[in-house]
Design a protein around this ligand. Sequence first.
Ligand code: ADP
Length: 500
Amino acid sequence: AAAASPTTEEPIQPAVEIKHTQLLINGNFVDAASGKTFPTLDPRTGEVIARVAEGDSEDIDRAVAAARKAFDEGPWPRMTAYERCRVLLRFADLIERHADEIAALETWDNGKTLAQSAGAEVPMLARCMRYYAGWADKIHGLVVPADGAHHVQVLHEPVGVAGQIIPWNFPLLMFAWKVGPALACGNAVVLKTAEQTPLSALYVASLLHEAGLPDGVLNVVSGFGPTAGAALCSHMGVDKLAFTGSTGTGQIVLELAARSNLKPVTLELGGKSPFIVMDDADVDQAVELAHHAVFFNQGQCCCAGSRTFVHERVYDEFVEKSKARAQKRVVGDPFRNGVEQGPQIDEEQFKKILRYVQSGVDSGATLVAGGDRAGSRGFYIQPTVFADAKDEMKIAREEIFGPVQTILKFSGVEEVIRRANATQYGLAAGVFTRSLDAANTLSRALRAGTVWVNCYDVFDAGIPFGGYKMSGVGREKGVYALRNYLQTKAVVTPIRNAAW
Ligand code: ADP
């Protein structure tokens, strides 16, 4: 069998109770103004997990008003930076105390493996919060030596109300990357979660209040993109936008921001990242890493290494071994031990991925593994590998966002640089080689915001992340993310006795 059959057994019941399904506005969980709700589904079965309050423009108005008040009048931006630091540190402690429930909620709503939620994403959420807690009291400006008899100080102030829109593939990590730096800098936030995965952000936001966050500083609105999301982008009371999602939606977000109040926007968008295997590589290691680079998180990563470029001298062996590795990948209930791949997020993505697989076959690529759904229920897809792909094929150009590896053959460094860069995207790249020269050449030549050499998907909180070209604007994480959430103010005063 190409993959385990994930759907013959009963789904494992998650060990968590769903506590929060309402909107979080001004420190209270409340119904949507319209009273409407929408279902969030279990990707293992397509069945309803819970109904969640459906925010729309009226709720965005309420949330922005609460954030405005918290910023303009509230204690948060005026607290000492050390007090803000301590709220974020207490939050990280609470995340660890409730780690099991948070991880279960994330896996239930998203379909990613529990091993990944519990082993990586919840710890990374806590780590990211501590990282930005550490910055809170180390943000300061400079004194500039001006030409005239003037004392010039540069103040770094919070931007104000930040609107943040996040996707469904990493709900907790996206929460961390957005909310961490915004709060550390003293801003207030309105967060719009993805309609597929509203649950974990509501839960952790309640913990953040338990940690001492004042009311109104973080508001969480569940709802859909064209309604709640667009209302946030267009809002005149929002001072800054941060968005992670598809490139097409990013263009809409930027346009809405421009047409309303020219709020600055950071964007983290799609990708079609190359993973380049040189001829000196240890093939077994290269196969394993390339596999991980594309199949991690069911292939639902903006930075997935989804164009696997392999040198002709190791190509045949690489393809054979990648096929075997994909066929060995354990697909099944993400709550079950040993499972490597759960279901895709929803039916829309599931169908879209299968359409891409069909287009790969139709365009003449060689299907060497997978190619179909796995089982008969839920949104599971077989780990799929195409060999002999050509650059102009859709599967080599467009973001599939699923467990589909596209292997392309190359014969020289100059050639692979040209082909790897021949894309509208520029989010990430992987290089696998023993040669320092090849690694140095490739990491400088590749037009991408991250180059992983002999590793992939390393996401420490301090490492900047973002895209070249149509993969985005600006950087998240690290010290770089602070710039997104700070205004720069020059204060100039005359010096009366310039001699001193
Ligand atoms: P995907 O196709 O992967 O779901 P999207 O870019 O559509 O990616 O979604 C990412 C986030 O953007 C989600 O929170 C979604 O609700 C939101 N979104 C979608 N459309 C819009 C829009 N027109 N305006 C603002 N936000 C949107």
